[in-house]
Design a binder for this molecule. Structure first.
Ligand SMILES: *Cc1c(COP(=O)(O)O)cnc(C)c1O
Length: 397
C-alpha cells in the first residue's frame, strides 16, 4: 500500500493502533451507557446466534461433527457448489486458494468493477511470487490475458459495494473457461448484495469454480469466510489451509450455520426505502454523498472536497486522515460505528452508513441525519488543527 500521502495515519501500524483505540472507546461507551447506546452501521456487525444447547454441544466432539454437516447443507443453499469449506476470514480463503493453486512466476489476473481491490489478493500473490495484474475494463482484461495465467479472480462487489455488471461477469468467466483457467470469485458482500438487491445469479451458477464470501457482511454471522466450489479444488485448498491454520474453528462454524439459517434477502430489500429518505436529506445539504446498494457513502476524495468548501485543511492532514477522523468523531461524539474506525490495515477509508445493518432496523432517519450533520461540523473544526486531530485519533477521550 502507498502511505506516502497520509500524514497522521502513516502506515499499517498506525492503522492497527487506531483500531485499538476505537475498540477501547467502544468498550467505554458500553460501560457508561450500555450496548444499546451504540449504533453499528458498518453492515458487518455480524453476530453469534447460538442457543445454550448449541453451546453445550460445542464442548464435545459431537458438536463440531454436527455443525460441519449442517454447514454443507446451508452453505450450498447460499452459494451453490459441490463442497463447502469454512475459513477464518475471506482473506484467509483467498490466501489458501492462491497458496494451493498458483505457482511461482505464473499470472493471476483480477477483474473488478472499480478499484481498489481488496489488499489480500495482491498480497497473497506477492507471497507466492506470482505476477499480479488487475483490470476494471473488459477490453484491457481481454488484451492482457495470457496463457501462463494460473488463476482468474473476479470481485463481485467491491469493499465500497460497487457491483460487477452481469455482462462483464459472464465475459470474464467465458475467457477463463476457454483457456481452462480456474475462476475464484471474491463475493465478500456480493453473495448477498448481488443476489438480493440486484437479482443477479450466484457466482457458482455463473460458472465460477470457486467463491468466497464474508459471513459477517450483510448477514448475522461471525467474522469469517465461507467458500464453495468444485470438490477437487476445495480439497486442495482445504489441505493447504490446515497446514497454515487458516480454517474456521468450530465456534465460528456453529455461528456461520446459525447466521446462514437466519439470512433472508427480504431484510436487505427492506433497507431500500430508508436509504431513499436518507439520500434526499443528505443531498439537500451536502454534495459529498453517493448511494450504495443499501445505504450512503462518502469517498476519501469527496470528503476532502466538502471540507474544503467550508474551510482550509491543515497541510499535515491527508484525505485518508479526514476519513479516519470523521469515523472517530462519529464514534466518540455520536456513538455511531463506521468501518474506518474499526477496520483492519489496508481496508477502504470510505465512510459508509449501511441501512441494512441490524442496528438500522429501529433507527429514525431524521435522527441519523442530525448526527451526520453535527459530526461533520466537528470534523470541520478538527481538520484545521493538527494537534486536536491527533488527539481525536490517538486518545481515548
Ligand atoms: C471484506 C472484503 C474482503 C475481506 O474480508 P475479511 O473477512 O476481512 O478477510 C475481501 N474482499 C472484499 C471485496 C471485501 O469486501
Amino acid at each position: 500500500m502507498l502511505f506516502g500521502d497520509y500524514m497522521l495515519i502513516k502506515n499499517s501500524l498506525d492503522e492497527m493502533k487506531k483500531r485499538e483505540i476505537s475498540l477501547k472507546v467502544i468498550k467505554s461507551i458500553i460501560d457508561k451507557k450500555g450496548k444499546n447506546s451504540l449504533c453499528d452501521l458498518t453492515g458487518l456487525s455480524g453476530g453469534f446466534l447460538a442457543t445454550q444447547n448449541d453451546l453445550n454441544l460445542l464442548e464435545t466432539y459431537i458438536g463440531p461433527a454436527i455443525f460441519e454437516e449442517e454447514l454443507q447443507i446451508v452453505g450450498k443453499e447460499h452459494l451453490g457448489g459441490e463442497k463447502i469449506f469454512a475459513v477464518n476470514r475471506t482473506s484467509s480463503g483467498i490466501l489458501a486458494t492462491i497458496l494451493a493453486i498458483v505457482k511461482k512466476n505464473t499470472k493471476v489476473i483480477h477483474f473488478l468493477p472499480e478499484f481498489p481491490a481488496h489488499p489480500s489478493i495482491p498480497r497473497s500473490c506477492k507471497l507466492v511470487g506470482a505476477k499480479y495484474s488487475e483490470f476494471d475494463n473488459i477490453d484491457d482484461f481481454k488484451n492482457n490475458f495470457s496463457e501462463d495465467t494460473s488463476l482468474v479472480v473476479i470481485t463481485g462487489s467491491t469493499m465500497d459495494h460497487k457491483i460487477l455488471e452481469m455482462n462483464d461477469f459472464k465475459a470474464v468467466i467465458s475467457i477463463a473457461k476457454n483457456n481452462n483457467i480456474p475462476v475464484l470469485v471474491d463475493d465478500a458482500s456480493g453473495a448477498r448484495l448481488r443476489t438480493a438487491i440486484y437479482s443477479q445469479d450466484k457466482a457458482i451458477d455463473l460458472g465460477a469454480d470457486l467463491v468466497v464470501t464474508s459471513t459477517d457482511k450483510l448477514m448475522m454471522g461471525p467474522r469469517g469466510g465461507l467458500m464453495a466450489g468444485r470438490s477437487e479444488l476445495i480439497d486442495k485448498i482445504k489441505t493447504k489451509a490446515h497446514q497454515f491454520g487458516l480454517e474456521a474453528q468450530p465456534p465460528s462454524i456453529l455461528a456461520m450455520v446459525k447466521g446462514l439459517e437466519e439470512y433472508d434477502g427480504n431484510n436487505l430489500r427492506e433497507s431500500l426505502s430508508k436509504k431513499e429518505k436518507l439520500v434526499l436529506l443528505v443531498d439537500n445539504n451536502f454534495s459529498m454523498f453517493e448511494g450504495t446498494p443499501t445505504g450512503i457513502m462518502v469517498s476519501e476524495k469527496s470528503l476532502e472536497k466538502e471540507v474544503l468548501l467550508n474551510n482550509e485543511i491543515n497541510p499535515n492532514i491527508s484525505s485518508k486522515d479526514l476519513c479516519f477522523l470523521w469515523a472517530m468523531i462519529l464514534l466518540k461524539q455520536e456513538n455511531i460505528i463506521t468501518i474506518p474506525a474499526v477496520s483492519m490495515p489496508g481496508a477502504s477509508p470510505t465512510i459508509r452508513f449501511d441501512l441494512a445493518a441490524n442496528d438500522a432496523k429501529n433507527l429514525n432517519i431524521n435522527f441519523l441525519f442530525d448526527k451526520i450533520n453535527s459530526s461533520f461540523k466537528t470534523l470541520l473544526s478538527v481538520s484545521k488543527d493538527e494537534n486536536l486531530a491527533r488527539k481525536v485519533l490517538f486518545n481515548i477521550e
